[in-house]
Design a protein around this ligand. Structure first.
Ligand code: NAP
Length: 300
C-alpha cells in the first residue's frame, strides 16, 4: 500500500477504511474481526471513525472486535473525531443537537473513545465540525493535555473552511495534520472554495469522506450523476477499466494534492475495487473532463 507521512508519528495509507456505516454491515464481533483482517490483507491499516457514528456505538463495536485479537490495535492507525452531540439512546444527557468543543467535552470524549477501543492512545483526533461558538484557546488547552498525557498523538479537523483552519492553527501548539472534507466526482466544492488550495499551501493531505457520494454515484438519476458516470466510463475505456467505483477513486487519487479517500463500503470486493485504483492515473485532460461533466460547465 502506498502511504503518506503526515507527521513524525503518523503515516496513513493512501486508502483509508471508514466505519460510519458499520452497524449497516450487521456483523458479529467475530465477523467484524475477520472483515478488518481481510481489509488489512489488502494493505489498508488506517481506520476512520467518530464518537457519534451509529448513535455513539460504532467505536465500541469496533473495539469489541479489536479486543478479540491481541496486538491488532498496534497494527492499525486509528482516526476518530469528537465535537458533535445529539440526543439518542446512548446519550440521553444531550438535550439538543449542537457542537461542543469545550475542553471538558473533548477530554471526556477522548477518554470514552480510548475505553471503546481498549487502547491507551489515538493516532489522530479530529474536531468533527467547525462551530461558530468554538473557543480556540480552549481547544488548544485540551490538545495540550491530551498530547502531554500520551492519549492523542496527532490532531486535525474535519469540514473546516480555510479561515476556520487558520484560526485554530494559530492557537494550537501541535500542528493540525489534516482536514477531512467531502470530495467525490459529484462533490467538488473544495476545488472551488479555496479549501484544497489552503490544504496544499500548507503541504498537507486531505482525507476525503463519501468519495462515492455515499453511493449516489451509482444510483443517482440526476443529469449530473449520469454525465459523470458516462465520463468516467469513457475514460475507463482507455485503461481497460469499467468499474465506476475504481474510476472514481482513481480520479481522486490522481489529483496532485494526494487526496486520501475513505472507503465506506462493508463489502470486501468493493474495497478491493478502491485498492485497484492505485494503478490508474488520470491525465490532466481526463481529470478535467470529469470535473467539467460534474460542474456542468466548460472551462473559461
Ligand atoms: P462512500 O464510499 O461515498 O459511500 C459508501 C456507500 O456507497 C455504502 O452504502 C456502499 O454500500 C455504497 N456503495 C459502494 N459501492 C457501491 C456500488 N457499486 N453500488 C451501490 N452502492 C455502492 O463513503 P461513505 O460511507 O459515505 O463515507 C466514507 C467514510 O467517510 C465514512 O465511513 C466515515 O468514516 C467518513 N465520513 C466522514 C464525515 C465527516 O463529516 N468527517 C462524513 C461522512 C463520512 P456497501 O456497503 O453495500 O458497499
Amino acid at each position: 500500500m502506498k502511504t503518506v507521512r503526515l507527521s513524525d508519528t503518523l503515516t496513513m495509507d493512501r486508502i483509508i477504511h471508514g466505519h460510519w456505516r458499520l452497524l449497516d454491515w450487521k456483523m458479529t464481533k467475530e465477523e467484524l474481526l475477520h472483515f478488518i483482517e481481510e481489509v488489512m490483507d489488502l494493505g489498508i491499516t488506517t481506520v476512520d471513525t467518530a464518537d457519534i457514528y451509529g448513535g455513539f456505538s460504532c467505536e465500541e463495536a469496533f473495539g469489541e472486535a479489536l479486543k478479540l485479537k491481541k496486538g491488532l490495535r498496534e497494527r492499525l492507525t486509528i482516526v476518530t473525531k469528537c465535537g458533535i452531540v445529539f440526543p439518542c439512546e446512548n446519550r440521553p444527557q444531550f438535550k439538543t443537537h449542537h457542537y461542543d468543543n469545550s475542553r471538558k467535552h473533548i477530554l471526556t470524549s477522548v477518554d470514552r473513545s480510548l475505553k471503546n477501543f481498549g487502547t491507551d492512545y489515538l493516532d489522530l483526533l479530529l474536531i468533527h465540525r467547525p462551530s461558530p461558538f468554538m473557543d480556540p484557546a480552549e481547544v488548544s488547552e485540551a490538545f495540550r493535555e491530551l498530547y502531554q498525557s500520551g492519549k492523542v498523538r496527532n490532531f486535525g479537523v474535519s469540514n473546516y473552511k480555510p479561515s476556520q483552519f487558520e484560526l485554530l492553527s494559530s492557537y494550537v501548539e501541535y500542528p493540525l495534520v489534516t482536514n477531512q472534507v467531502e470530495i467525490s466526482p459529484l462533490t467538488l466544492d473544495v476545488f472551488q472554495d479555496g479549501t484544497m488550495d489552503s490544504i496544499m499551501t500548507r503541504g498537507l493531505y486531505p482525507m476525503a469522506w463519501s468519495p462515492l457520494a455515499g453511493g449516489e454515484l451509482f444510483t443517482g438519476k440526476s443529469e449530473r450523476a449520469i454525465n459523470v458516470r458516462n465520463m468516467l466510463l469513457a475514460i475507463g475505456e482507455k485503461h481497460n477499466e469499467d468499474r465506476i467505483d475504481t474510476l472514481a477513486y482513481a480520479f481522486l487519487l490522481s489529483h496532485p494534492g494526494k487526496i486520501l479517500p475513505i472507503v465506506g463500503s462493508g463489502k470486501i470486493e468493493r474495497i478491493k475495487n478502491a485498492v485497484d485504483a492505485l494503478d490508474i492515473r488520470f491525465s490532466a485532460e481526463d481529470w478535467l473532463s470529469v470535473y467539467k461533466a460534474s460542474i456542468g460547465e466548460s472551462l473559461p
